[in-house]
Design a protein around this ligand. Structure first.
Ligand SMILES: [Zn+2]
Length: 164
């Protein structure tokens, strides 16, 4: 990857543009926070993105938002390549992205929790009080990418990112 980046400065500028593109479902975090943007190549200029959830209706919105941001910033000649393999994992969410999710009231998945180690019944941490005394209310939260949980200590419902 690094050897393919011909101009780091341009790649940095493109990444800075993408850092302003909010996730369509969780506007508090950007597509770079979530790790959806996998990288930038400069020859030919291409942004590689991996959607968080295959079949998620947000996928097309994300691509359109990235396209619009690139066009507006003068990067109309930069292409977008959607890559489905390897599949997106919650481990790609940046530390900053995790903090933004928590501040937004969504329990971020624990770092290093792969799809095998994180079963549906493992506890989510309450984004409000930090309690692990929580339970899943519904597999279907406000969007297909999230599940609805409830904290048994502070009684607050919250969304949890489904782990992939
Ligand atoms: Zn709580």
């Amino acid at each position: 990857m690094v050897s393919e980046v011909l101009d780091d400065a341009v790649a940095d500028r493109i990444m800075a543009v993408l850092a302003t593109v909010p996730d369509p479902e969780i506007p508090a975090v950007s597509v770079t926070d979530l790790g959806i943007v996998r990288g930038v190549r400069c020859d030919p200029p291409v942004v590689t993105i991996t959607p968080t959830y295959t079949g998620c209706p947000a996928t097309l919105v994300i691509e359109a938002s990235v396209r619009a941001a690139l066009d507006e910033a003068g990067f109309a000649d930069v292409g977008i390549k959607t890559v489905l393999s390897p599949p997106w994992t919650t481990d790609w969410i940046s530390d900053e992205g995790r903090e933004k999710l928590r501040a937004y009231g969504i329990a971020p998945p624990p770092k290093g929790a792969g799809s095998r180690s994180l079963r549906a019944d493992s506890p989510a941490e309450c984004p409000r009080c930090g309690s692990l005394h929580t339970q899943e209310v519904s597999r279907f939260g406000s969007t297909p990418c999230k599940a609805l949980w409830r904290c048994l200590d502070c009684q607050e419902p919250f969304d949890r990112f489904k782990c992939h």
